[in-house]
Write a protein that binds this ligand. Structure first.
Ligand code: URA
Length: 433
């Protein structure tokens, strides 16, 4: 078998066999296939797609490309949560401690930023000394001690996805439904949790732009999860506007902490409670409604916040940054975006705003780039808000002042102001499973 033949076959729109898919997934994992050939294949997949069978085979091959986590040493039921990626999406940082506090163990592997979206691992690494890389024994011991460990994708679990994920980020080959489904589900299957809740984002800031395609992605992933014997459900949630107000790594940790203090933005709090409740329901902790109340009670009594601080300390991080978020270094420069006319914000293109965050240094332009942890955006106004000419819509933050011009252009072209107040939209758009 040879990779050029596989690329040519996919470029011509033909289906790949199980053996061909295994060949390139294992070749991605062990480095025997060159990055430029994998990139060409990913582009051919984006143009010509993968059918259902190819998607299942790719998920399975990527899951088997490294170790499969054995969580049998974890005491109790295990849960996992995964988002398909959005802008300002810091839900894991809120949901994981709530669920752990309710007795469901979270042994979780998270990703880095991808395209215009942020990643939990990058966010957590803005906490000094925070570690995301563990040998299995230490990972399990942290889960058993405090109920959560959020690790990065180690070289050992799903190495094929690790390689393809970073190439997709750098080659604009992210937003293909089969690649997203197989990337997420290979990690979830290799990650080994009993119960999985998926947050499938939908709208301008998501890879899936409309409810039908988000639902189709959710159904594909739920089918893969059930086929592997997991308890799994997906919530389709709105990502037409950024979630919460803070975008950028340390800025998002600050907002997650505020949410755990019951002081967060309403949209973020609502989505976190829904996701936590769904995972608790899958873990047989009660009905969805009872689990919503249970989840909220862990915010109100401060126990979920304590749980996050405990996890940060056990993962080597300085938990004082959770107790006192003013310790996070501030960006050297800031730049206010002001409204050029009065009216209502009728739309915020979340992808454009995410890209403005990436241009400020909060994400990577190439896979080797370093992140500026203090860079990002704080929104002062969101979709539906009234705004007067000259009022601040958002403040941009960066350690490099020269980046503001491009980011401000990108931000401004993503915001629409109209004279009429737009109709409000629900946050939860559908549930699959
Ligand atoms: N999250 C992932 O892990 N993979 C994707 O492809 C998209 C979001």
């Amino acid at each position: 078998m040879n990779i050029k033949e596989i690329i040519r076959k996919k470029r011509s729109g033909l289906s790949l066999t199980k053996e061909e898919i295994e060949y390139f997934a294992f070749g991605a994992a062990d480095g025997s296939i060159k990055d430029y050939q994998l990139s060409a294949l990913l582009m051919a997949i984006c143009f010509n797609g993968l059918d259902s069978n190819e998607t299942l085979e790719l998920t399975d091959a990527m899951a088997r490309s490294g170790d499969m986590a054995d969580l049998s040493a974890v005491n109790g039921i295990t849960g996992d949560k995964h988002s398909t990626g959005g802008v300002g999406d810091k839900t894991t940082l809120v949901v994981a401690p709530i669920v752990a506090e309710c007795g469901v163990k979270i042994a979780k592997m998270s990703g880095r930023g991808l395209g215009h979206t942020g990643g939990t691992v990058d966010k957590l690494e803005s906490i000094p000394n925070f570690r995301t890389s563990f040998e299995t024994d230490e990972f399990i011991s942290i889960v058993n001690k405090c109920g959560i460990c959020v690790a990065g994708q180690s070289g050992k679990l799903c190495p094929a996805d690790k390689k393809l994920y970073s190439l997709r980020d750098a080659t604009e080959t992210v937003d293909n439904m089969s690649l997203i489904a197989s990337s997420i589900m290979s990690k979830k299957l290799a990650g080994g949790a009993d119960c999985i809740v998926l947050d499938v984002k939908c709208g301008s800031g998501a890879f899936m732009k409309d409810v039908d395609s988000a639902t189709a992605l959710a159904e594909k992933m739920v089918e893969i999860g059930r086929g592997a014997g997991r308890k799994i459900a997906a919530l389709i949630t709105d990502m037409d506007t950024p979630l919460g107000k803070n975008i950028g790594n340390s800025l998002e940790i600050v907002e997650a902490v505020e949410t755990l203090k019951d002081n967060g933005p309403d949209d973020l709090t609502e989505i976190c409670v829904l996701l936590a409740a769904k995972l608790l329901e899958l873990a047989d902790k009660g009905s969805f409604d009872d689990c919503k109340k249970l989840a909220m009670s862990k915010i109100k009594d401060g126990s979920a916040l304590n749980k996050l601080a405990e996890m940060v300390a056990l993962q080597g991080g300085d938990s004082e940054f959770i107790r006192n978020t003013s310790l996070f270094p501030k960006a050297h420069y800031s730049f206010d975006i002001k409204a050029s006319e009065s009216g209502y914000i009728s739309h915020m293109n979340a992808e454009g705003i995410g890209l403005a965050g990436v241009s400020l240094g909060a994400g990577r332009q190439t896979k080797e780039d370093d992140i500026d942890y203090s860079a990002g955006i704080i929104l002062n106004k969101k979709t539906g808000d009234e705004i007067a000419k000259g009022e601040i819509i958002a403040t941009l933050y960066s350690s490099d002042e020269s980046l503001f011009e491009q980011a401000a252009l990108q931000f401004n072209s993503s915001v629409t102001v109209e004279s009429k107040k737009p109709a409000s939209k629900p946050l939860l758009l559908n549930i699959v499973g």
